[in-house]
Every structure is written in C-alpha cells, then in structure tokens.
Design a protein around this ligand. Structure first.
Ligand code: NIG
Ligand code: FE
Length: 391
C-alpha cells in the first residue's frame, strides 16, 4: 500500500469520466459520481477515490499525511487543454480594433497582418522573453483549472525562433505546475521571406524539422486557403511522421478543402476547428480514429458558424474541446468558458463537455494518466468551491 501524503476528505462529490481511453458513441458523457467522496494521493499519484469510509479503510493506521477539508466542495480531474498557442510575444490589440469595425480575420491575414504580425513580434524577442510569456500564459490557465496543456510553436517559422519557442515551452514546463505538451506548428503560415507555400515547406522539412523534432511530441499544420493546401500539408505531415511525431491539423476552419480525408488517410490524431465541416466529413470522421477537437471560443471571437458538434457526437466521433488560446483568434485561456459555450452554442451536455475537456483531451495528447480521478492517475485534482460539479 503506497504511503498516503494527502487526503481530501468528505467532498460533496468526486466526479470523473468513466472507463479508460477516449469516450465515444454511447459512452461519451458517461461519468462516475461518488457522493460523498474522499481522495487519497501519494506524491504525484492518486491512490484511491470513492466513498469516504472505503477510502479511509485503505490508509495505514498511524500514517501521517496532510488533509484538506472537502466539505461543500466538488472534485473533478484537472482540466486538459489539448489545443493552445501559448508561445508568442506582442499582441493583436490593433487588429482586434480593426475587426470590431468590420475587417475580417482572413482579410487581415491576406494583407500581411494576423499570424504574420505575431511572427514578427516573436522573432524580435529572446528565448527568455518567450519562456516568461509561456509561464504567464500557463499561470492564467492554471487559475481556470487547467493542469495539462498543449503548447504549440508556430510563431517563429524560421529555424532559430522555432527552436527558441520549443525550448522555451520545455523550460516553462519545468518551471510551471502545469504539465506541458510541446507541438511543432512549423506549417502555421508562409512567412514573408518565402515566395510560395511549396518552397517554405521544403525549407521546413529539410532544415527545421531535423533540429526541432527531438523537442516536440506532435506536429501541426494550418490547412486553409492563404496558408497550406493538401499537397504541402501531405509533404509536411509525412516528413513529421517519419520523425515519430503525432500528427494534428487545423482543419475546415473557414473552408472545406480536403483536410479530413488527408487526416484519416495519414492516421492523424486530431483535426481541430471544423466550423466549415459538412455532413459527409462529419460522418467520415465519426467512423475513424481521428479526434474532432472543437474550439468554441475561437468560433465566438471570430463569429464563425458552429461546427457539427451534435452530429459528430451522435455518430460516434471522438470529440474533444480546447481553448485554442492565441493572440489573434481566441484570446481565451478558460476551459470552463469553453465548456459553457459547448453547452450553450454546440448542444453538448455538461457531462459530454466535461469528458471532452478531460479524458478525450488527454487522448489527443497521448496521455493515459490524466483526465480522470482514478488510482494510478496523476494527482491533478481540481477542487471546486461549489456544491455541484455543473458549476
Ligand atoms: O487556431 N488558425 C490558425 N491558427 C490559430 C490562430 C493564430 C492566430 O491568429 O495567431 C487558430 O485560430
Ligand atoms: Fe489553433
């Protein structure tokens, strides 16, 4: 029996996604509710969760441990943000003002602003500046209950700044209580010094990928008009896969242009956004192993149509939620807000939204030990000062 170091006792409830692995189809939204509940932890692992008497009976008598009074409170798994761009410098305040007076996000991007303006600001900073920025952003996320977060590079788009970004992300992981998952977003957009997407992707594959691959766990591409089309995305993703990186895709954000069939063919882990996905795409996704990551804060801030969330869930797709935290399209670090939007705008139930932001998001990051309250899982426990988990 492991030596217990912390007991959270007499919670109103402890609530966790059921089972193991991603939850889809009829299992999506299946929760286990222990009410009342206690939880014991040893170091960074959960030992037991369940009815207080049962949990206490497994603790060695005379053992010394810290206690936390759970009365009137509810425990959930620490939230998992599986899509976030936290490694950037500068801001897009001027662009936000332009958008408020009618300029479209895609127009600003096409005229050299948008992602490219954040690339310029990020290139101008040092690795220390970037590490400090990532740490600040992770701190904001933690305040909203996120204990595991993906962080993408992708505002460097040259060898030096992509390396700096991924190193800064890894340093911030060491310094922050948030568990960070680094993703190489080398194909975010074409930087101004390149004539074409094809030339830029060749440069990434030949000169950048070999250096950055050891620092990342996944690779991502923005497949969209004005950034990369299917042939360049395929070249980039196949090269990234050869380096052992898990494949992700920004897909169908503004237009459907072949991202989903490519993701399914290449065995990508996820396709993210999907505001422009039609019925056929949603049904194909539902039959596949590719997770649909929905980003309703981005949809809200850019005023995009809703993705086919209900169809995806009902047809059995693996559905996850994330903030898409970034300076341009989703300056939002709050998964509770994202879960709220998933319920109010996408038609998910609170139980589905919770599964999508914990167990299913952990699956996207390939993590089998976060996203649930269960023995052996990381002791990432969110204690809400609220009597009902739906708060
Ligand atoms: O997920 N779509 C591309 N990338 C980000 C936005 C990045 C930006 O605007 O800086 C997104 O929305
Ligand atoms: Fe994104």
């Amino acid at each position: 029996m492991p030596e217990v170091s912390l007991l959270v006792h007499d919670l109103s409830a402890a609530v966790t996604p059921a089972g193991s692995g991603p939850l889809r189809g009829r299992e999506f939204g299946e929760l286990v509710v222990y009410s009342p509940a206690s939880i014991t932890m040893a170091g960074d692992r959960i030992v037991a969760v369940g009815p207080p008497d049962e949990v206490l009976s497994e603790v060695r008598s005379g053992a010394e441990y810290e206690t936390l009074d759970g009365r009137g409170r509810v425990a959930l798994p620490g939230l998992v943000d599986c899509h976030a761009h936290a490694a950037f410098l500068g801001d897009r305040a001027a662009e936000f003002e332009l958008r408020s007076s009618g300029a479209a996000y895609e127009e600003i991007h096409a005229s050299g602003g948008g992602i490219r303006s954040t690339v310029a600001a990020t290139r101008a900073g040092t690795e220390d500046d970037l590490r400090a920025a990532v740490e600040i952003h992770l701190g904001w996320m933690l305040e909203h209950g996120t204990t595991t977060a993906e962080t993408k590079s992708g505002y460097g788009l040259d060898l030096d700044t992509e390396l700096k970004s991924l190193r800064a992300i890894r340093e911030a992981d060491q310094a922050s209580p948030v568990n960070v998952h680094p993703t190489f977003l080398g194909a975010h957009t074409v930087p101004p010094e390149f004539e074409s997407a094809r030339e830029y992707v060749e440069f990434v594959v030949e000169d950048v990928l070999p250096e950055v691959a050891p620092l990342a766990r996944a690779a991502d591409v923005f497949l969209e008009r004005g950034s990369f089309e299917v042939p360049e995305a395929r070249r980039y993703l196949e090269a990234c896969r050869a380096y052992g990186l898990v494949l992700r895709m920004h897909a169908d954000q503004f237009s459907e242009r072949g991202a989903l069939p490519l993701a399914i063919e290449l065995g990508a882990r996820s396709v993210d956004h999907l505001e422009a996905t039609g019925e056929e795409g949603a049904r194909a996704l539902a039959k596949s192993a590719v997770t649909a990551v929905l980003l309703p804060a981005c949809g809200l801030f850019l005023d995009l149509p809703a993705p086919p969330a209900r169809l995806l869930a009902d047809e059995g797709a693996i559905v996850a939620l994330a903030t898409d935290f970034n300076p341009g399209s989703s300056f939002c670090e709050s998964l509770p807000l994202v879960m709220n939007l998933a319920c109010t705008r996408l038609g998910l139930s609170p139980a589905e939204a919770l599964c999508a932001s914990t167990a299913n998001a952990a699956h996207v990051l390939g993590l089998g030990d976060v996203g649930r309250l269960a023995p052996g899982y990381r002791a990432d426990v969110l204690v809400l000062d609220a009597p009902d988990w739906r708060y």
